[in-house]
Every structure is written in C-alpha cells, then in structure tokens.
Design a protein around this ligand. Structure first.
Ligand SMILES: C[S@@+](CC[C@H](N)C(=O)[O-])C[C@H]1O[C@@H](n2cnc3c(N)ncnc32)[C@H](O)[C@@H]1O
Length: 301
C-alpha cells in the first residue's frame, strides 16, 4: 500500500467527489429518520495543505483553490454556489477566512453533517492514515474508526441497522483489479442491502477500464445506476489522470438535476487547458436508462 491521499487532497477529483457526497448528505438530512454512512476507504480525515505532500504535485491549486477563487470573484452562477454550499461550509469552518490551509476528506465532511442519531463507520487500512483519522475524529460517539480492509467492511456492515444511508467506496486504484473488485463487491453488498445509496469513485485515464466497469454494471441486474464523469482533459494520454467518475446506485431523486447543473460548470472551471474538460451524465440502468443521452465529452461541450 503506497497510496497516500495527502498528495491528492483537494484535487479536481476531490472537489467533484466531495461536492456530490455533500449533496447526498444534504438529502439524507432532509428526512427525520437517522442514517448511517459507511466509508470503506476513508483516508486520514483532514489534510494539511501546507505540508510537503500536499505541495509536491500541488493538485489542490487546480482543484479546491481554483474553485474558491472563482466563487470569490463571483464567476460561478448562484444556483451552483447554492448547490456547493454544504461542501463549502465545511471547508470554511476548517479555515480562517481568505486563507486555505486545511482540507476535509470524506469522513470529516460526513461528520459535519451528522445529526445526533446519525452514524459514521470510517474504515482505513493504512496504519498512519488510520491513526490520523482516529485523531481527527476522536471523541465523537457517533463515529467508529476501524482499521479494517474496506472490501471486508463493505460486506460486514451492510445492511446497517438504520436501513437508511450511504456507502462510499473510494479505493486507491493502485491496481486495475480495483475496477473488478468494485463491481464484484458492489454486487454482493447490493444483494444484502438493495435499497441503500452507494457512491463508487473511479479514476479515468484511458476509457477502457471505465467503459468495462459500465458494461459490467449494466449487466449486473442492479436497478437505478446513475453515472457521472468529470473530465479535465481529453483521454488521449492514458498515463495521466484525465478525469474521474462516480457510480451512484439509488441516488437521491434530486441528484440527477443537481449534477446536470454542477457538471458543466465544474468541468469548465477545472479543465487543464481551454476546451479540455467535459462530462457525462447518464443512467446505466433504471427507468431512464438508454433515454438520457450522454452529455458532450471533452472538446465537444
Ligand atoms: C482515495 S483514498 C480515500 C480518500 C477519502 N475517501 C476521501 O475522499 O477523503 C483511499 C484510501 O484507502 C486506503 N486503503 C488502501 N487499501 C485499503 C483497504 N484495502 N481497505 C481500507 N482502506 C484502504 C488508503 O490508505 C487511502 O487512505
């Protein structure tokens, strides 16, 4: 396990993933019944953007920093800023105004939106990250940090007692096998808990693995699979991270329209070169499958 999320914290991929995570949390909070979030690959929780790791590639400059600068300059439409508010509020609470030095990972974002009866299970296998995560989330009886293999956790903790909530699966993809694990383990978990919301993250370098994942999911028999992808550059160079995707099972009914508003703005804002960005929003299965046209991809938006 060589992956360290500290190198990538606040990157374009984090902005996209975390903005969507916060939309789902916002939705879950709208009903009084308690919910549970199971974060299978949780990371360290909070990242120091002044650290050597965060500044080695400086990915946060092209992600969260660019986003905050655009908002401060009034360059984003009001409806998009409103949709981003649950995400931006947590970043704002971690930092002094006008100075971005800390970035919240998925468990810190989730913690911010838990109510008294809501619960978070945060799983992290890498020992240093697990210690940091426990330290960042300590003394909160609503949260359990567990040093456990996230794939095992995915089977062990579903269905949750609340029967309401979200499973976030965000593995490091150090090996391409993670693409296969994603669809296989999701299938097993979904059999145990068919009504849960699942959000699965994946990287896009070339199209091959991402398209194969979509094919397997289309054949899985799982109803209601929404796919959202955000590209920051054309996929012509498969050695680079050109974009990232989210597979959303049983998404909140509000999420498709929210993504339709967010994706064009985020892809334009976060693109690496002019006209380099793009996005896809379509149903792999469900009532709307085959009816929603993929939105224009890189270079054709
Ligand atoms: C992409 S990062 C997670 C980022 C986090 N979800 C967020 O959005 O802030 C993946 C994390 O999974 C951890 N990891 C790697 N293999 C794991 C496994 N088998 N089980 C649980 N965690 C694992 C890595 O140490 C890393 O912290």
């Amino acid at each position: 396990m060589n992956y360290r999320h500290a190198f990538h914290a606040g990157s374009f991929a984090d902005v996209f993933k975390h903005a969507v995570l916060c939309r789902i949390l916002h939705y879950l909070r709208e009903k009084p019944a308690a919910f549970r979030v199971i974060d299978t690959h949780a990371g360290a929780g909070i990242y120091d953007l002044t650290s050597a790791e965060a500044n080695r590639g400086g990915e946060w400059h092209d992600g969260v920093e660019r986003l905050l600068a655009a908002i401060a300059a009034g360059k984003l439409p009001d409806n998009v800023v409103t949709l981003l508010a649950p995400y931006l509020d947590v970043i704002g609470a971690l930092n002094v105004p006008g100075k971005l030095t800390a970035y919240p990972g998925s468990p810190a974002l989730t913690r911010a939106w838990l109510r008294a009866d809501d619960r978070l299970i945060a799983c992290e296998l890498e020992p240093h990250a697990a210690i940091a995560l426990s330290r960042h989330l300590r003394a909160d009886s609503r949260i359990k940090v567990i040093e456990i293999d996230g794939w095992t956790a995915l089977q062990a903790y579903v269905p949750p007692p609340e029967r309401r909530g979200l499973v976030l699966v965000d593995p490091p993809f150090e090996e391409n096998a993670d693409f296969h694990r994603l669809s296989h383990m999701l299938g097993l978990a979904h059999r145990k808990w068919a009504t849960g919301i699942y959000a699965l993250w994946y990287p896009i370098k070339g199209r091959g693995e991402a398209d194969d994942l979509a094919k397997r999911l289309r054949r899985s028999g799982i109803a209601k699979i929404l796919r959202a992808e955000l590209l920051v550059s054309p996929v012509s160079d498969p050695t680079r991270l050109n974009g990232s995707g989210l597979i959303l099972i049983n998404p909140p009914w509000t999420l498709e329209a929210e993504l339709a508003a967010l994706l064009p703005v985020l892809s334009r804002l976060l693109e690496r070169q002019p006209q380099g960005g793009g996005y896809t929003l379509d149903w792999l299965s469900g009532e709307a499958a085959g009816q929603t046209k993929p939105k224009p991809k890189a270079k054709t938006k």
